[in-house]
Design a protein around this ligand. Structure first.
Ligand SMILES: Cc1cc2nc3c(=O)[nH]c(=O)nc-3n(C[C@H](O)[C@H](O)[C@H](O)COP(=O)(O)OP(=O)(O)OC[C@H]3O[C@@H](n4cnc5c(N)ncnc54)[C@H](O)[C@@H]3O)c2cc1C
Length: 557
């Protein structure tokens, strides 16, 4: 949507040197790194769907809907006008529109609706694109996607819920799910006394009748401290039975058609992700049915956690891409000291460096997506998917806040002002690094994968070997990683450094094999060579800035 043409001749001065409205973006066509990665990681067959969605999600109208939804955050409506408890959340109409666009675009279920080659790669690409205008509506999409493998632990529950979750119809009504045209799901794991350490959960479950075990009915009592998207139709949660921590599916409505005992205490006042509701909930004799074996709740819900972690990596890569797009637009139209910013040598260095990071982020994410797609019949791929998800969740999410902050600075003062998209991206950026496993927890998860899955490190090293000989700095970094892996002492203390090296060598290997020489060379020199610097914009003068910036879309202006 292009707004009316603004007046440049004000009574006191003429407005000059201000970039034009960025307008509609094509999140697919404009993004060469994305298109190439999708094709090489096995999702070329989904090109038409991804192209259509990229055009739709990039429309100026979608960015404006996201602005409205974030400027008008949800409100808790705990009671109706008669004083009856309803525990509803009222959202701005723009949020409903965004969810409609996401659900009809298969953002929450693409991988399961199109099983086969490219399923998770295509899915990740959709999330990467939709997260650029809006993060808040993505949260229930992430959980609806990731819950599917957990539901399969109990066949009767999967049979009942999968068709609802695979629907492409957005039905916002707060009514029993049997009467709805589609459904979404969330998760309640975190409690006040412990989030990462879920074994410290205090919620208890007791059988409602004589039956116990998978599919049986229970009543849950306790609290959950972080419950995002509480308007979902059902949630997975953990509670203790006598046999230990178990997983339960808790619907908003009980089977007999009464509201379930989900008492929303308040909505969180969050740094970002403001269009999405995140709540605190008390459970009092709340109806739930057991999912998976009694006492094996963590094993069941970890499948959902794993999917959410993959989503975090994909959408953090998307945040970096959109920050880069906004930055490129600004510096291509703004001049200072008689020269366009994009032509100032030092700005070229910053922008090129941001472009490298964004491309490395999506390259790593989609490679892991392919491993997920191949995991069923290929133990090596399954191991790479397992360890690679943790590596990508740690590193891509960790890189996003500094990346977005640097892109924001490229806009100068306007970057700090709400009118530009950057403050919203900046507030969104740390979130993916926190939920579903904060940085340290992800590094510990990499160690767990190394310890439990014999194939994990060989699969990782095979990826590096595939690029051997392509760049001496990459080869040296891969050798150093091998040496570090051979040292068993102090693994926990060294985990961040180790996982970072895994991530950047993996990214380097992918870029050396698949990206243009300019990108691969500058990435290896800056991330793997001796010249690593803390801040963006310190690439060596020998880097091919023109090629890197043009590839990122800097020649579009
Ligand atoms: C906006 C938002 C939405 C959320 N939505 C949901 C939701 O819908 N459902 C849900 O269940 N949860 C949700 N969460 C909660 C989130 O998943 C947790 O906050 C997160 O898992 C961390 O748990 P915690 O807050 O209890 O921190 P803690 O577990 O107390 O961790 C605090 C810090 O200690 C570090 N740490 C923990 N253990 C170790 C260790 N062994 N060694 C070294 N460092 C360690 C962590 O990395 C972290 O940096 C949400 C959080 C946010 C911010």
């Amino acid at each position: 949507m292009t707004p009316f043409r603004p007046r440049a001749d004000l009574p006191t001065h003429e407005v000059t040197n201000m970039p034009p409205y960025i307008g509609d973006q094509d999140l697919w066509v404009d993004d060469r790194a994305l298109r190439e990665a999708v094709a090489r990681e096995g999702a070329a067959g989904h090109t038409a769907a991804l192209a259509a969605f990229g055009e739709r999600a990039g429309a100026g109208e979608v960015f404006e809907l996201a602005d409205q939804a974030n400027a008008n955050p949800p409100e808790l409506k705990a009671f109706d006008r008669h004083g009856m408890r309803v525990d509803q959340v009222a959202f701005h109409p723009a949020y409903h529109r965004l969810l409609d666009i996401a659900i009809s675009g298969e953002v929450g279920n693409f991988a399961w609706r199109h099983p086969g080659p490219g399923a998770h790669v295509g899915h990740a690409a959709l999330n990467y694109m939709f997260g650029q205008p809006e993060g808040g509506a993505l949260c229930p999409m992430a959980m609806t996607y990731s819950v599917i493998p957990s539901l399969k632990w109990t066949e009767s529950i999967a049979e009942e819920w999968l068709p609802r979750l695979l629907s492409t119809s957005y039905d916002a009504r707060d009514i029993p799910v049997e009467d709805k045209t589609g459904a979404t799901m969330g998760m309640f794991m975190t409690e006040k006394q412990g989030g990462s350490d879920v074994r410290s959960n205090s919620t208890r479950a007791r059988p409602l009748g004589a039956a116990t075990g998978p599919g049986a009915e229970y009543l849950l009592t306790g609290h959950k401290f972080f419950c995002s998207a509480p308007m979902c139709d059902a949630f997975l949660t953990l509670a203790y039975t006598e046999a230990g921590l178990s997983c339960f599916l808790v619907p908003r409505w009980r089977p007999e058609g009464e509201r379930n005992g989900l008492y929303i205490q308040r909505l969180k006042d969050k740094l970002g992700n403001r269009s999405n509701a995140s709540s605190e909930i008390e459970l009092r004799d709340t109806w739930g049915c057991m999912l998976g074996e009694e006492g094996r709740g963590i094993r069941v819900i970890i499948d959902m956690v794993q999917g959410n972690r993959y989503y975090c990596a994909a959408t953090s890569a998307g945040l970096m891409r959109q920050a880069l797009v906004q930055c490129l637009h600004h510096v291509s139209h703004r001049a200072a000291f008689q020269r366009k910013l994009v032509d100032q040598p030092l700005m070229r260095n910053v922008v090129a460096d941001l472009a490298l990071e964004a491309e490395a982020g999506i390259a790593l994410t989609l490679r892991i997506g392919r491993a997920m797609d191949e995991a069923q019949d290929n133990p090596g791929a399954a191991a790479l998917a397992r360890i690679g998800t943790a590596i990508a969740k740690y590193w891509v999410c960790k890189r996003a806040p500094a990346h977005v902050g640097e892109a924001l600075e490229c806009l100068g003062g306007p970057g700090y002002i709400e009118d530009s998209l950057l403050p919203r991206l900046y507030r969104e950026a740390p979130l993916n690094s926190i939920w579903e496993g904060s940085g340290n927890v992800m590094c510990l998860d990499v160690l767990r994968a190394m310890a439990r899955e014999g194939e994990a490190i060989p699969a990782l090293l095979a990826e590096l070997d595939a690029a051997r000989g392509g760049d001496v700095r990459l080869d040296a970094a891969a050798d150093r990683l091998r040496d570090e892996l051979a040292v068993p002492e102090d693994l926990e203390l060294r985990a961040r450094g180790l996982v970072e090296r895994m991530a950047v060598t993996l990214q380097g290997a992918l870029l050396v094999r698949h990206a243009p020489a300019a990108v691969a060379d500058a990435f290896c020199a800056s991330r793997l060579g001796a010249e690593w610097h803390g801040a963006y914009g310190a690439l060596s003068p020998g880097a091919d800035f023109d090629a890197i910036i043009a590839r990122a879309g800097g020649d579009r202006a």
